[in-house]
Design a protein around this ligand. Structure first.
Ligand SMILES: C[S@@+](CC[C@H](N)C(=O)[O-])C[C@H]1O[C@@H](n2cnc3c(N)ncnc32)[C@H](O)[C@@H]1O
Length: 276
């Protein structure tokens, strides 16, 4: 995340260590640390070879890979800038434009530039602002930057739970909630959905922009299907057949099915709980 004096991201210096824990790093140029595939991944604004060598000595681990890149390349060559969808404008913190939602995206998924985030956001806003539907509680699974949860909280949801297993995503989502003054309505939780799924029955809407393997695991779990409505994404057209085969058709019906590029988003309703 951005800490003073930093106000934007320029270069990223990324170090992968074969360490399964998050090391304690006190450095003014640190952006954040996460664990991925049993590696600790450290992100800095500046090169940190000496610091990383000393962390390796302290934690008895090795530097496996390191890279430096333009922040834009981290985001697939796209410059992160403000965008408007529906009637809301989302802007990164470094852009001085009027905006409804401000985000420090850090190195976390969910800037709004990925097609899946964008369609999920559009659909979420549509459902949250349709008076007949009455969405007061939202479960955002794989929240990333927190964007979808924040949008829900700003558009009528009084109870939002935003879950991610990446500790840095949770820190970033929490900071973004504070930035948008919705921290009283959004409860950010660090949970692994494979082992720790919140009680979906307590929510009107579940938004889950994840990936195929995890969605299949969740689809298989009857506890996943206790909410009224679902916005599901993170899969491409060629994966739809496998996912269709994995969900309980007897208790769900399609309300909407959208595509952008190769990406798909489904909106499903629980036949028992959603009447419209
Ligand atoms: C595709 S990103 C979506 C981020 C954001 N919701 C959006 O729509 O842009 C998926 C998120 O799910 C999180 N995630 C992946 N596996 C997870 C798991 N097992 N439990 C919880 N979160 C997980 C990732 O850390 C990532 O932030």
């Amino acid at each position: 995340m951005l800490q003073p004096p930093y106000t934007h991201y320029d270069r990223l210096y990324v170090y992968h260590l074969d360490l399964k824990a998050i090391p304690e790093v006190n450095d003014p140029d640190l952006i954040g640390v996460w664990i991925e595939d049993d590696m600790a991944v450290l992100f800095f604004h500046l090169p940190k070879e000496d610091l990383v060598a000393s962390i390796c000595r302290q934690y008895n681990c090795n530097l496996v890979y390191h890279a430096d890149m333009d922040y834009r390349d981290w985001e697939s060559g796209q410059e992160i800038s403000s965008f408007t969808t529906g009637n809301i404008t989302v802007a990164p913190v470094w852009e001085n434009v009027p905006a409804d939602i401000r985000l420090d995206p850090s190195v976390i998924f969910g800037t709004g530039f990925h097609p899946t985030t964008r369609i999920c956001l559009d659909l979420l806003l549509t459902y949250c602002t349709t008076p007949e539907i009455k969405i007061s509680s939202v479960l955002d699974l794989g929240t990333g930057t927190g964007l979808l949860g924040i949008a829900a909280a700003m558009h009528g949801a009084t109870k939002v739970t935003a879950v991610d297993n990446n500790p840095l995503a949770c820190q970033v989502a929490q900071a973004n909630c504070r930035l948008n003054t919705v921290e009283d309505r959004v409860d950010v939780r660090q949970l692994d959905l494979r082992t720790n799924l919140p009680d979906t029955g307590q929510y009107n809407l579940v938004v889950a922009n994840l990936y195929k393997g995890l969605l299949e695991e969740l689809f298989d779990n009857p506890s996943f299907w206790q909410a009224d409505l679902y916005i599901l994404s993170g899969f491409i057209h060629s994966m739809e057949a496998d996912l269709l085969a994995a969900f309980p058709t007897e208790s769900l019906r399609f309300l909407d099915r959208k595509r952008a590029d190769k990406w798909c988003v489904w909106v499903l309703a629980n036949k028992e709980r959603y009447v419209s």
